[in-house]
Design a protein around this ligand. Structure first.
Ligand SMILES: *Cc1c(COP(=O)(O)O)cnc(C)c1O
Length: 240
């Protein structure tokens, strides 16, 4: 983003085409799961993507973007058109102060400690921050997220914290061999989501089940995802 590179016209065309294909698949999967296409939100994941391409996706109708890193998002934000943004990457407590108020939701809340920090900074700014509880559905050591075995009790604790509002759950299942295996993880998440939603915990407004990425958003929607986070299928392979 320092030296302005020449804009790649072909990439704009690809983004527009990719979005049309993805929207069709979302509509198809939504229909098969007994829902309208409009009941599934498409988030464009914009990590490593330069602002001109993000803005083009916004021109093509994207109204929600997701970024993983606080610094990267704050660096790009002044160059972006008006668009709702969520933080979806692992968040360290020492970065909370910088991100609270800058995004409309933090999807990657994986501990009570982090939630308390977000709440503290939100109250200090006079706002309430919407959050999702990230669940480590595959029990992988390499992934962050709340452990499956303590998911329900941890979520209940998050619900009680003033300064944040629990809106639902997020998960990144393990890389799967086949779509049946992926669907098993999504279905497990869906059951947890319904259990938690039906508890009608005070101070919560649980309606979002964020799961599904480029390789598996179709399966995720079949199993009840309400928000898919798609990056490389829109913008092309990421170059770090
Ligand atoms: C990068 C990322 C995505 C999107 O991944 P793609 O495979 O490029 O679609 C979704 N969710 C999270 C949390 C990510 O870090």
């Amino acid at each position: 983003m320092t030296e302005k590179q020449s804009v790649d016209i072909q990439r704009f065309a690809d983004i527009e085409y990719n979005l049309s294909v993805i929207r069709e698949r979302i509509a198809k999967a939504a229909e098969l799961s007994g829902r309208a296409a409009g009941e599934v939100t498409l988030m464009a994941v914009t990590k490593t993507v330069e602002p001109e391409y993000i803005n083009y996706a916004i021109d093509c109708g994207i109204d929600l973007i997701g970024e993983n890193k606080v610094q990267e998002y704050l660096g790009k934000k002044p160059y972006l058109r008006e668009c709702e943004a969520h933080l979806i990457g692992h968040l360290q407590t020492n970065k909370v102060r910088q991100i609270v108020g800058e995004v409309s939701m933090i999807q990657s809340v994986d501990s009570v400690r982090l939630a308390n920090e977000i709440a503290k900074r939100s109250l200090a700014s006079g706002i309430t921050t919407d959050i999702l509880a990230e669940i480590n559905v595959g029990g992988e050591d390499s992934k962050s997220g709340i452990e499956w075995d303590v998911a329900e009790e941890t979520v209940a604790q998050l619900a009680e914290i003033e300064g944040i509002k629990l809106r639902g759950l997020m998960a990144i299942p393990p890389v799967c061999e086949n779509s049946d295996e992926a669907r098993m993880f999504f279905s497990k998440m869906r059951r947890l989501f319904v259990d938690i939603r039906d508890k009608k915990l005070d101070n919560t407004d649980i309606s979002i089940l964020s799961m599904g990425m480029s390789s598996d958003y179709y399966e995720a929607i079949l199993e009840g995802s309400t928000l898919v986070r798609v990056g490389s299928s829109i913008f092309g392979r990421r170059i770090y």
